[in-house]
Design a binder for this molecule. Structure first.
Ligand code: HEC
Ligand code: HEC
Length: 150
């Protein structure tokens, strides 16, 4: 991932109000299993990105992150890829960065009031799966108004 693509991820975070605090403790060698985010990302930046994802999907960290193998403990093993949700999230990160890179003009927009990039919240709006039913109802209603005017 290129440097400016990372900044998109980080800028996106600034749009979202900050919520709950959860302590993440990377080992001294940093994070262990970053495949998309930069390996030298600071703890603070990584935490902001993760909080953005949680708020965008309306979930807690454990939606994507598996528990540690010791079942008597409640901690999460953040480096583990055991949950499919984490793998899907990686695809979503790549898709979002790709759409911004190829279809949005976020650096040189002359219209500051428009949304010139997309982020997780654009589709998810606080839900794990974007709500297709509400959207279809809205689209149907717009379409029927449109037909009446014809
Ligand atoms: C929507 C899914 C999702 C949610 C919710 C989420 N994460 Fe993540 N998290 C990921 C993905 C995907 C990665 C790996 C990113 C990569 O490969 O570059 C990751 C990586 C991490 C890592 C780095 C682990 C390592 O050593 O490699 C930490 C720490 C972490 N998340 C903490 C959190 C915390 C704390 C929360 C809750 C505030 C949280 N995450 C919520 C998807 C999520
Ligand atoms: C262009 C719209 C769009 C964007 C942007 C988007 N998503 Fe999604 N995402 C979806 C849709 C639609 C689904 C449901 C797919 C399905 O049900 O087949 C989904 C599903 C998911 C799931 C699986 C949820 C589940 O219940 O298993 C995760 C995790 C996820 N997205 C994370 C993210 C993260 C993190 C981001 C931002 C980096 C993001 N998404 C950005 C449209 C989007």
């Amino acid at each position: 991932m290129k440097k400016w693509q990372i900044s998109i991820l980080l800028i996106a975070v600034l749009f979202i109000a900050m919520g709950a605090t959860t302590k993440i403790n990377p080992s001294d060698d940093g994070f262990k299993n970053l495949q998309i985010l930069p390996k030298d990302i600071s703890e603070k930046e990584l935490h902001n990105v993760m909080r953005d994802y949680s708020i965008s999907l309306g979930v807690r960290c454990g939606f994507c992150h598996a528990r540690v193998s010791d079942t008597t403990k409640k901690e999460l093993d953040f480096a583990s890829d055991a949950k499919d949700e984490k793998k899907i999230a990686r695809h979503m990160m790549q898709m979002t960065a790709y759409l911004n890179a190829n279809y949005f003009n976020f650096t040189a927009s002359t219209k500051p009031d428009t949304i010139h990039m997309i982020m997780c919240y654009t589709c998810h709006r606080g839900k794990t799966q974007p709500d297709g039913k509400t959207m279809r109802t809205q689209v149907d209603s717009i379409m029927s108004q449109f037909r009446k005017k014809q």
